[in-house]
Every structure is written in C-alpha cells, then in structure tokens.
Design a protein around this ligand. Structure first.
Ligand SMILES: NC(=O)c1ccc[n+]([C@@H]2O[C@H](COP(=O)([O-])OP(=O)(O)OC[C@H]3O[C@@H](n4cnc5c(N)ncnc54)[C@H](O)[C@@H]3O)[C@@H](O)[C@H]2O)c1
Length: 430
C-alpha cells in the first residue's frame, strides 16, 4: 500500500495531473472496484475536496446567544457526538470513507470506518493519509469485515452514531440495531430514480444526461436515473441517439485512459444484473442494445465481470426492471404524454433518492422539481455531486444528509447553557 502512495497532502487545485498521490490512489480504486481510471480520478478529487471543505468549516462551528428577561441569557454549544461508525458500500469506496469521516472529524468526533469487504483497500490509504497529516492515533480507524463486523459495531454501547451507505434491507437492520441504544443514524440507501425528458428539451444534452444517469461506474450508482420517461413525440429520435451512443461506450481494461466502462464488482453481481435483463425480456421489454456478458479482446481480461450497457424499450411501470434497483448498466425507457401523468408515475415508488428533468421551460423545470418526491432533482444534467451540495434520500432511500453545511447537524449535538443573572425565584415559599 505504501508503494502505491506517491506523497501526502491535499492539493488545492481542481482536476489534478495524471501523476502523483491522487493518481496512485485512483489506480488502487480501479483495482479495488473495477471502474474506469477516468472516473476513479474524479472520485479522488471529490474526496480531497470533501476533506478541505469540512476542514474549512471546522473553525466556523458556533452556537447561538439568546437574550432572556432581566439580563439573563442562554447560549448553545455545538458539541461532538463521540465515536461515530461509518459503514460503506463498494461502489465509491474511498469517496464514501471521506464523505463520512471528513464531517465527523470536523465536528470533533472519532470514527471507526468499515469498508465493504469487496473493496477493502482504499479506506486504509485514507487512514495513512490522515496519520501523515497529523491526525492523532485512534481518531480515524479502519476495521475490516462483513455483516458480522458491522453488526458488532452497530450494537456496541460505546458508539454514538452510525452512518451507513448500502442497500435498503441492510439499512433497516442497521436502524433496528441502533435503536437498542438510541444511536443516531444516517442512512444513504438505494434508489430507482426517474429521469423525465420533455419534448422541448435540448436533445443532445438529454441524451448525454441519460448516459450520465445510467452508465457511470458500470451502472452501480445509487442515485442513477434508471427509469427514463421520454415524452412520446420525441421517443423515436431519443431512442435512436441513446442507442447509438450506448453502443459506442468503450468497455475494457479500466486502467486505460480511453476506457469508459470497466468491470462489475463480482461474478455473482454480474449474473444478477444479467438475470434482470432476462427477466425484462420475459416480461415483454425489448433489448435495443447490450445486456450481454462481454469479453474484452485483451487475453488478460478474459474471465472478467464485464457486460455491455443495455437500453430496454417497451417497458411498463409494473415490470421488475422498472420497479427494482438493478445496480448495473441497464436503462429502462418508457413513453409519457403529460406532466401530470409522468409525475404520478415517477413518484409511484418506495424509493426517493434522486430524480432528473430535461426541459427548456424554466417554470416547468422548477414545478417538476418541487413535485418529485426525491432528495435531489437534477435540472438539465444528472449525477453531479459537488461537496458543497447536500445529498441524501426521501422515503426508503434513507434520511440524514452527506455533503454541504447541513451535514454538521448530523455529526454534532447542541448543548443549551442557561445563565441566571438575578435571584432564584422563591417558588416554594419556604
Ligand atoms: N444513497 C447512497 O449514498 C448510496 C451510495 C452508494 C451505494 N448505495 C446503495 O448501496 C447498495 C450497494 O451496496 P452494497 O451491496 O455494498 O450494500 P450492502 O447493504 O450489502 O452492504 C453495505 C455495507 O453494509 C455491510 N453490512 C452488510 N450486512 C450488514 C449488517 N447486517 N450489519 C451491519 N453491516 C452490514 C456490508 O459489509 C457493507 O460494508 C445499493 O443498494 C446502493 O444503492 C447507496
């Protein structure tokens, strides 16, 4: 691990060169996860930006002064919670570790972080970076393991808070375990987000947006807009363009600069995603492209967990591919006629992580954003997550937020101090 790390420190300029510490961490993240190096570099950039952002906020944490009658007053202090546990998913291993630990440490907490056993490596690099940056021993700790280790952490009486990123079923268990000792919980869970494309959109952008909403990190992105609703009049031209571009996505060695789609996380997960495509066909969907296991030409990549990105047409709201989170490169496309209708259909889900809308009508864009039941709505773009902007779910996609100033609320608690400047009331007449 040491050899992979080229240096220390968090540079202050965006989009770093393809050498040095960040590039080496990105390379390790590719080996960890299978995503393309281009994406992994962005992940690492977003990660150090998160550390810088919360390091800046740390010095601004403050309470409030409240004047009371007779010169008395109260003030509030923002205090740490104590030991916070972070439990991560495998799709953004380093970034998740940063998004949780940066605000936790900025608020004065310690963190015990458990990465997914499928992507165990880069959280350890983060621990090394913290150590070299001067963080005292014990403040950020990495514990490796799977469900059993996670269970022990959630049940531990010394833990004040659990911040979890993962699936809805595990999130429910985390909440149950945490309830036993009334631990605070942040849940960043799964999604099945709608992307609504109106006929007055800028089509080129909408097509690019649909690709952004479905195919980053091999489609293994929680906030992906996998239910793509397209207004009927532009459906043929949209499908033609989206299929043309999906077919052109370069799949293969994720360490190569030109690759845009790497390998899925495990054989088991690849089989599960391919199973969703088969099920979709059985239920009447039409595969316009992809949806098959893919073998890159390089001999060393044979046996890798690659698949071709898939666009499904003829989908209806009741199909499994439209209702369930696939967590792979599978886009389901459906026509709609009116705004009112599409909003009803978009909201008809137990998930509520993200949503998107493409239109040139600004009134419509904001009206749709208001009416979509999701923690984020992207207007005329998709999957943009700057550190300054809060991120989190509605409904069963979870609660609490990551990123932005508001996250301070989820890693700290308020103490109220009441100060009497006069005499204490003789209320009991004694
Ligand atoms: N909302 C978000 O920010 C966000 C981000 C990334 C991924 N996700 C979601 O994560 C899921 C994919 O990730 P995954 O397959 O790693 O999820 P998962 O729920 O299987 O596992 C997530 C983490 O929980 C741990 N874990 C599993 N069982 C546990 C238990 N009983 N007690 C404590 N910990 C336990 C795992 O070891 C892992 O570290 C998808 O549903 C995706 O949408 C959400």
């Amino acid at each position: 691990l040491k050899a992979a790390k080229g240096g220390v420190g968090f540079p202050s300029s965006s989009l770093l060169p393809m050498t040095g510490t960040n590039y080496n961490i990105a390379k390790l993240e590719v080996i960890n996860n299978g995503k393309s190096i281009t994406e992994a570099r962005v992940d690492i950039d977003v990660s150090w930006q998160s550390l810088e952002y919360y390091a800046g906020i740390a010095g601004t944490l403050a309470g409030q002064h409240i004047q009371l009658p007779g010169g008395s007053f109260a003030y509030t202090r923002r205090e740490a919670l104590g030991v916070c546990v972070g439990i991560g998913a495998w799709n953004y291993p380093f970034q998740i570790a940063c998004w949780k630990s940066a605000p936790a440490l900025a608020c004065g907490n310690a963190m015990v972080f458990k990465p997914s056993p499928f992507t165990a490596v880069t959280a350890v690099i983060l621990a090394e970076i913290y150590k070299e940056a001067g963080v005292p021993d014990g403040l950020f700790n990495v514990v490796q393991g799977g469900a059993e280790t996670g269970t022990l952490l959630c049940n531990h009486p010394g833990v004040a808070k659990v911040s979890f990123t993962g699936s809805v079923p595990t999130g429910k268990k985390i909440m149950e375990m945490s309830a036993k000792t009334v631990k605070q919980v942040t849940l960043e869970l799964g999604g099945k987000s709608p992307l609504i494309i109106f006929k007055d959109c800028e089509l080129e952008n909408a097509v690019r947006g649909a690709l952004m909403a479905n195919f980053l990190t091999q489609g293994e992105v929680c906030c992906n807009g996998t239910r793509v609703y397209v207004q009927r009049e532009i459906m043929p031209v949209f499908l033609e363009e989206v299929v043309k571009r999906t077919k052109a996505i370069s799949i293969g060695d994720p360490l190569l600069e030109d690759t845009r789609m790497g390998a899925l996380i495990t054989r088991q997960h690849l089989d599960k995603v391919l199973g969703f495509v088969s099920q979709a066909k059985k239920e009447g969907a039409k595969v316009l492209c992809g949806g098959e296991a893919f073998t890159p030409i390089e001999p060393k990549l044979k046996g890798g967990y690659y698949m071709s990105p898939c666009v499904l047409d003829n989908c209806t709201d009741d199909m499994t591919c439209v209702k369930e989170e696939i967590f792979g490169p599978v886009m389901s496309v459906m026509p709609f006629d009116t705004e009112e209708e599409v909003l009803k259909r978009a909201n008809n889900t137990t998930f509520g992580l993200a949503s998107g809308v493409f239109t040139r009508d600004i009134s419509r864009a904001h009206r749709v954003a208001e009416n979509l039941q999701a923690g984020t709505c992207f207007i005329n773009n998709y999957n943009i997550s700057p550190v300054e902007v809060p991120f989190g779910g509605y409904k069963q996609s979870g609660f609490g937020r990551e990123n932005g100033q508001v996250t301070i609320e989820y890693y700290s608690q308020l103490k109220t101090v009441v100060v009497e400047m006069g005499a204490v009331d003789d209320y009991f007449n004694c």
